[in-house]
Design a protein around this ligand. Sequence first.
Ligand SMILES: Cc1cc2nc3c(=O)[nH]c(=O)nc-3n(C[C@H](O)[C@H](O)[C@H](O)COP(=O)(O)OP(=O)(O)OC[C@H]3O[C@@H](n4cnc5c(N)ncnc54)[C@H](O)[C@@H]3O)c2cc1C
Length: 83
Amino acid sequence: MTTDNVPRFHKLADNVVAVSGYNGRGIAPGTAFGKVIADYIRGNIGDDEMPLPPTSVSETRFRRLREVAYELGSQAVHLLVTK
Ligand SMILES: Cc1cc2nc3c(=O)[nH]c(=O)nc-3n(C[C@H](O)[C@H](O)[C@H](O)COP(=O)(O)OP(=O)(O)OC[C@H]3O[C@@H](n4cnc5c(N)ncnc54)[C@H](O)[C@@H]3O)c2cc1C
């Protein structure tokens, strides 16, 4: 989960890249980003052509509080849907 609902593109090290933070909707964009990353790794596209700018990995603020809020929200939705 990301605070602005936008996934992140990380350059973790030389030749190590990742896209994460699909906010629970990663099946279609994960597939699309997989193809883009393949092109990126092969050198067919550069940083400026990536759909997301490269960002550094950082600790999420209030992480524990967010985890509790997401869990409570999920459980509440499950309760409403299963009734
Ligand atoms: C309960 C639930 C419901 C969801 N519902 C939806 C939905 O309705 N619609 C939607 O769009 N998205 C949904 N998502 C989110 C979606 O599943 C993810 O965003 C998406 O699967 C991410 O794709 P990915 O390829 O990045 O990672 P993953 O699908 O997690 O694939 C990563 C793969 O890497 C493997 N792996 C991990 N470590 C290693 C290792 N060291 N060596 C080798 N292999 C490794 C794992 O086993 C896994 O197969 C849901 C997620 C959850 C948990």
